[in-house]
Structures are given as C-alpha cells and as structure tokens.
Design a protein around this ligand. Structure first.
Ligand SMILES: NC(=O)c1ccc[n+]([C@@H]2O[C@H](COP(=O)([O-])OP(=O)(O)OC[C@H]3O[C@@H](n4cnc5c(N)ncnc54)[C@H](OP(=O)(O)O)[C@@H]3O)[C@@H](O)[C@H]2O)c1
Length: 243
C-alpha cells in the first residue's frame, strides 16, 4: 500500500518562518504540499522568503510581543492543523555579564513569547494537530556563554511536556538543535567570521557537520506526521550532547 501524504493541504503556521530554521521548516512543509503560512515582524523579510520558495507559501505579519496582534493573526487565519514556533533569540552572555533585567528579557523573548503563542493558539488548532517548539540543546548541556538562554530553553521544554498532558489530544513536541547554519536562505549573508565559526564547531561534533535548516525541517515534519509523537524532545545535535 502506498503511504499517504499526511501533510498534503494541511494548514501549517510557522511563527519565525521568514528566515533561518523556520524557513527551512517551511521549505520542507511546502514540498509536502502543505498550506504553509510563515509569520514574522518584518514585511520585507516575509516577501523575500515567499519569493525564495517560489510563492509556494504565504506570509503574514505578526509581532509576537504584542498580545492583540497574536489574537488578530489567529482570528484571521482561523482553524489550522499545526503550529511551529521558531521565533526567538539566544542571548550571548555569561552569568557574570547577566543582569536581572537581562535575565527577565531573555525569559520574555524565549519563554513567555512561546507560552503566549502556544496557549492562545489552542482554540484554533485541530484536535488531530500539533504544536512544535524549537528549543535548544543547551537545556541538556548548558553553555556558560549562553547562561540565561540555557535556562529559558529548559523552561520551553518543560512547557512542551506539560502542554502534551494538558492540551491533549493536541500533540506537543520540541526540537532541541545544537548549532544550525541559519544562513542558507536568501535573507542572510554569511560573513567570514561566521563561516570560520561554523567550521570550527563542525570539527568538534561527532557527526562532523553543523545542522542545516532543512535538517530541522525534516525532523519537524516527522513530528507533525507521527501520531504517537507527543511530549517528545528531539535532540538534533550530531551527538554533541554526548561528548
Ligand atoms: N541557529 C541555531 O544555531 C540555533 C540553535 C539552537 C536553537 N536555535 C533557536 O531556534 C530559533 C530560531 O533560530 P534561527 O537561527 O532560525 O533565528 P533567525 O534566523 O534569526 O530567525 C528568527 C525568526 O523569528 C522571527 N521573529 C523573531 N522575533 C519575533 C517576534 N517577536 N515576533 C515574530 N517573529 C519574530 C524573525 O523574523 P522577524 O525578525 O522579521 O520578526 C525570523 O523569522 C531561536 O529560538 C533560536 O534560539 C537556533
């Protein structure tokens, strides 16, 4: 029997889909024939991203820091099948450099933003659908230079597991990547410094390479399709966390 394409014509909203990991996920969803909608703050980035994928996806503007804007976008989109939350930003600061204000700001950008986007989406999500968070491997293996972001990704993963129980039957999962080359889209130039950084990281990872945004996309699609995947935190790190 031929396998059915379980994402064909499914409505998938990717918040933080106009660049990097979110755009990689959008690209794989579009390949599966999903009705793929990307969301982000910058209109120009959204139109660059939709053009990059030959207009096989659509873009909608959202500022995830603004509660009214979140509700308005969900109302505009109506019922949908899968929500991916990739918006976020790691804060490169050690414990010694982190003020209490920095710590609150990181939790605001990386935890509260995801809390609000996920819980406010529940009335619009299909009962057969799912929520997918992009967290980070630093929850498992904290990085001293990402002190607070190592905390906030852990909080997101706890939210993922708690929602998998409390929002059931909606399935809730997370992908925890190590370093992903987020430059493989039209929206970013890659500097020599960044290239050297990625090469030096790759040489230290057992798998011998950093992630590509489509690697995360393939993992995301697996978690959306797999009806038994809920409360799963998928480490996507080339075995870095085992070193
Ligand atoms: N790249 C990595 O190596 C890596 C590794 C582990 C974890 N992560 C995590 O994965 C996530 C995505 O990373 P990335 O590298 O793909 O980042 P990115 O290329 O900077 O993409 C971030 C996306 O989120 C959107 N965004 C940011 N803040 C937003 C807001 N307040 N409201 C709406 N949209 C917002 C951005 O668009 P606008 O700016 O237009 O809003 C953009 O589409 C982050 O949470 C990051 O911490 C990344």
């Amino acid at each position: 029997m031929r396998p059915t394409n379980m994402l064909h014509k499914k409505k998938i909203l990717i918040i933080g889909g106009s660049s990097g990991i979110g755009l990689g996920i959008a690209s794989v969803c579009a390949d599966y024939g999903a009705d793929t909608i990307i969301a982000g703050r910058c209109k120009q980035k959204l139109s660059n991203a939709t053009a990059f994928l030959d207009n096989r996806i659509t873009g909608v503007q959202i500022d995830a820091n603004n509660d009214n804007c979140i509700d308005a976008v969900y109302q505009q989109i109506g019922c949908f099948d899968h929500l991916v939350i990739s918006a976020g930003e790691a804060m490169v600061k050690s414990l010694q450099e982190t003020t209490e204000e920095d710590a609150r700001g990181d939790m605001e950008r990386n935890f509260w933003l995801k809390y609000k986007l996920s819980t406010r989406a529940l009335p619009y999500l299909s009962k057969e659908g799912s929520i997918l968070f992009i967290s980070g491997i630093f929850s498992v293996k904290p990085n001293a230079n990402l002190f607070m972001s190592s905390v906030s990704v852990g909080a997101v993963e706890a939210l993922c597991k708690s929602l998998a129980i409390s929002a059931a039957p909606i399935r809730v999962n997370a992908i925890a990547p190590y370093v992903v080359d987020n430059s493989d889209s039209l929206t970013k130039d890659i500097s020599d410094d960044r290239k050297n950084y990625l090469q030096s990281i790759a040489s230290k990872i057992p798998a011998g390479n950093v992630g590509k945004t489509r690697d995360v996309g393939l993992a995301a699609v697996m978690l959306m399709k797999n009806q038994y995947a809920s409360g799963t935190i998928l480490n996507l790190d080339g075995a870095y966390s085992l070193t």
